[in-house]
Design a protein around this ligand. Structure first.
Ligand code: ACO
Length: 426
């Protein structure tokens, strides 16, 4: 890190203060304002954190203008093509891809943690039978601290590791059980002879009464979807996990907080909205009408799956997902799939429209993911749950990075108070 550059700030009282400028390994420099309050008796004001870096991190880098996403230096496209979800998980957690031996050890450890304490199934039975799977996921993950108290000491590296492995391993089991409960089917136990994604498919789709054949193309597509959603730097849910963890809260509570944040429609819920929108558009002849609606300042309608706070170029994950969609639909003999045809035509027309070009609005990760999940057979209510399964490894990696950082402090933003001044109570 180079601390020699300085930014000068002219204060309204005429005082000039100097603030160090720090360079990372990639991306824009940052102005270190940690001494600002001490020097200037002022805070910064940045609701939505559009100009604020909240931490240092070695995990993920995004260049939104170029459409680049790197995990530990590797391009997301390469990871999706050449690695598995568990290899990418190891990379996110430990910084490098695993050797053959390390991979075996890691996959083995995760696989050995897939089962849930049997008492947890009683906990499920307390939910209402039509509960949304995300509501159940949030509650059960939060409750894990009550079942796995032996891995909640955040100052113990071994306990942190066990908690991390438990979360990555058990999340598909918890997610599948949430779904099974919501549709009144019996829980399906994990099968450790299957890989991570195969096991997830089996727990979601198999029933005791019938044999379920796992389609390798679907399992591969799901694995790639998990890789593509595994981490995305300091997004709302990851920042939530870090903030919750900064107080010393246990990892299960922190991940439950991340799930709650992800559930919001502005974050993890957009893939569902894309499917709804395509159904509404209904036919290629109607696309122009919807594009015009999206451009109309007086209409609140937006093209779902288009635009991104960080990407002002094609989201690299959307490109990979378009190819996966083609493969999955071909496998289902659905290449003339109406939703996919609509999506491709909509993308083509929007990308060639001046409004979308000028505002740099491109398809994001949610544009094609719903089409793939729907073709595999996942119900819409599980879309965000699958996102949470994938993102758990990102949350865990950031949580571990924060806890291991000796300089990390409790997160405590300040505010611009706009309420009543002090007054007397008569
Ligand atoms: N359709 C039409 N116009 C849009 C769209 C869109 N999808 N997205 C942005 N715009 C326009 C806005 O109206 C605004 O226009 P203006 O400058 O004339 O006011 C301009 O582009 C900038 O938009 P902002 O909302 O200011 O950009 P911001 O970075 O805050 O929002 C967001 C990004 C929320 C993703 C937005 O693009 C959007 O609502 N997209 C649709 C929902 C979606 O797909 N969300 C998933 C994001 S990916 C994820 O979270 C996993």
């Amino acid at each position: 890190m180079n601390n020699k550059k300085i930014a000068k700030l002219n204060l309204p009282n005429g005082k000039v203060i100097e603030l160090p400028v720090i360079s990372g390994s990639l991306g824009p420099d940052v102005i270190d304002i940690t001494s600002l309050y001490r020097q200037a008796d002022m805070f910064t004001f940045d609701p939505g954190f559009t100009s604020t870096g909240s931490c240092k991190s070695d995990i993920t880098f995004i260049d939104g203008d170029q459409g680049i996403l790197l995990h530990r230096g590797y391009k997301i496209e390469d990871l999706a093509e050449k690695s598995s979800f568990l290899e990418t998980s190891y990379l996110l957690m430990y910084g490098d891809l695993p050797s053959k031996e390390k991979k075996l050890e890691f996959v083995n450890s995760i696989t050995m943690h897939t089962m849930l304490n049997e008492q947890i199934s009683n906990f499920y039975r307390g939910f209402k039978d039509n509960a949304h799977p995300m509501a159940i996921l949030c509650g059960v993950v939060g409750a894990m601290a009550a079942f796995y108290h032996d891995s909640t000491d955040i100052n113990n590296a071994d306990e942190r590791k066990i908690a991390s492995y438990r979360l990555i391993a058990k999340m598909p089991t918890i997610a599948a059980m949430a779904y099974k409960f919501s549709i009144g089917q019996p829980f399906v136990y994990p099968n450790n002879s299957l890989n991570y994604s195969e096991n997830f498919l089996n727990m979601v789709f198999s029933v005791p009464a019938e044999k379920y054949e796992i389609n390798p193309i679907f399992a591969d597509a799901l694995d790639k979807i998990l890789i593509l959603h595994a981490d995305h730097e300091q997004n709302a849910s990851t920042s939530t996990v870090r903030l919750a963890g900064s107080s010393g809260a246990n990892p299960f509570a922190c991940i439950a907080a991340g799930i709650a944040s992800l559930w919001g429609p502005a974050h993890g819920g957009a893939n569902e909205a894309v499917i709804k929108m395509l159904n509404e558009i209904e036919s290629i002849d109607n696309i122009k009408k919807f594009i015009d609606k999206a451009k109309d300042k007086n209409d609140s309608f937006r093209l779902m799956g288009f635009g991104h706070r960080v990407y002002k170029n094609y989201d690299p994950r959307a490109r990979v997902l378009q190819k996966i969609a083609e493969k999955v639909l071909k496998e289902k003999h659905l290449l003339d799939n109406k939703l996919f045809d609509l999506a491709k035509e909509l993308e083509y027309l929007a990308l060639n429209d001046d409004y979308f070009k000028e505002k740099k609005l491109y398809p994001n990760v949610d544009f094609y993911s719903g089409i793939i999940l729907k073709a595999i057979g996942f119900p819409v209510s599980l879309f965000t749950v699958i996102f949470a399964v994938a993102r758990t490894v990102g949350w865990i990696s950031h949580w571990n990075e924060m806890i291991s950082d000796q300089n990390s402090k409790i997160g405590r933003p300040r505010q611009l108070y706009t309420g009543k001044p002090q007054r007397e109570l008569s």
